[in-house]
Design a binder for this molecule. Structure first.
Ligand code: TYM
Length: 332
């Protein structure tokens, strides 16, 4: 069977280090192992949190630039915008007709984002996971590389695929595998080591944006929350020090070292030293990516051409699968 990746990022707010490490880096590491690769910018999902969708056009192009600048070649891979492929929303409707409301109400992201006043919670937010299931299944994707926070949605996608197959009495969809890399599964906020780094945190100091310049990166790392204790020699010494663990993990990722080796390097030292080294390592890694992103964003015409080509490939594959879906549903 052909292997196929589908994954995506919402063009909501600023793309940050959590998205880059948790999602994009994981995609890049799989490129040569998977037959076909589809990377989506899920703009319709952004509309479910209306307060965040003001800069949708600009953010969509920024995410496309981030994919390409990080090493996803737009000719070898299919980079496209969700709203350019109408089959996603069509399939999500069919899925909403076989998905019990109980499954959707149990989604933790829905519970976190839903309005306290239930009557005011938007239907789109409730149906978010059926659209995500459609994003994945319309391509019959086999692998879905994501950060830890999307695991529940990918598991629900498997349940929806199974429910659909049972409903039509035919194995239309295989169950996609979530791929979650341990070291980058959950990059934490720079202000609170118990919260994940997130686009919706009100503080810009909680996250590093992919377009932050070097001075901003340095300031954010300098202001990152830490504790006064020296660095321990063992990982177990970081158990109750989530901020320390997060910064050292970032250092390990950017220097390509194991956590054990990072602890050896810093054992007994204070955070001022770790922060200085982490700043250098982060800038070393991120500066070339930012610079490529800015070049790509300066040439909107080329960027939009890549997205059009990506959408053509996506529409081609999706239309065949949709014909099969309409047929098994007995639509005329
Ligand atoms: P989104 O846009 O919130 O995040 C995009 C990707 O980044 C990962 N991520 C993180 N990983 C590690 N640490 C963090 N702090 C962190 N924050 C975010 C997310 O896990 C995700 O992989 N519903 C999805 C978008 C989506 C999608 C899809 C993903 C829509 N359809 C189909 C995969 C397949 C979302 O809101 O991701």
């Amino acid at each position: 069977m052909k292997t196929r990746i589908l994954s995506g990022i919402r063009p909501t707010g600023h793309i940050h280090l959590g998205n880059y490490l948790g999602a994009i880096c994981s995609w890049v590491s799989m490129l040569d192992k998977i037959d076909e690769r589809f990377f989506c910018i899920v703009d319709q999902h952004s509309l479910t949190t209306t307060e965040d969708s003001n800069d949708l056009r600009k953010n969509t192009l920024t995410i496309a630039a981030a994919y390409i600048a990080s090493g996803i070649d737009p000719v070898e891979n299919h980079i496209f915008v969700q709203s350019h492929v109408p089959y996603h929303t069509e399939l999500s409707w069919y899925f909403s007709c076989i998905t019990p409301m109980g499954w959707l109400s149990r989604m933790t992201q829905f519970k976190d984002k839903a309005n306290k006043n239930k009557d005011q919670t938007l239907t789109g937010l409730f149906l978010y996971p059926t659209l995500m299931a459609a994003d994945i299944l319309i391509y019959k994707a086999t692998h879905v590389p994501v950060g830890e926070d999307q695991k529940q949605h990918v598991e629900l996608t498997r349940d929806i695929a199974h429910a659909f197959n049972s409903y039509v009495g035919k194995q239309v969809f295989a169950l996609p595998e979530p791929i979650i890399k341990k070291e980058t599964a959950r990059i934490m906020s720079l202000r609170d080591g118990l919260k994940k780094m997130s686009k919706s945190d009100p503080s810009d100091y909680s996250r590093i944006h992919l377009l932050d310049d070097n001075d901003t990166i340095a300031t954010k790392i300098r202001k990152a929350k830490t504790d006064p204790d020296p660095i321990p020699s063992e990982i177990s010494g970081l158990e109750s020090r989530p901020e320390a663990k997060n910064l050292l993990n970032l250092h390990a990722i950017f220097t390509n070292k194991t956590m054990e080796n990072v602890l050896k390097d810093f054992e007994g030292k204070l955070f001022s030293e770790v922060k200085a080294k982490l700043t250098d390592a982060t800038i070393n890694h991120m500066e070339p990516i930012r610079s490529k992103m800015l070049d790509l964003l300066n040439d909107e015409t080329s960027l939009i051409k890549y997205l059009k080509n990506g959408a053509n490939a996506a529409n081609n594959l999706a239309s065949g699968h949709m014909a099969e879906v309409r047929q098994v549903l007995n639509l005329l």
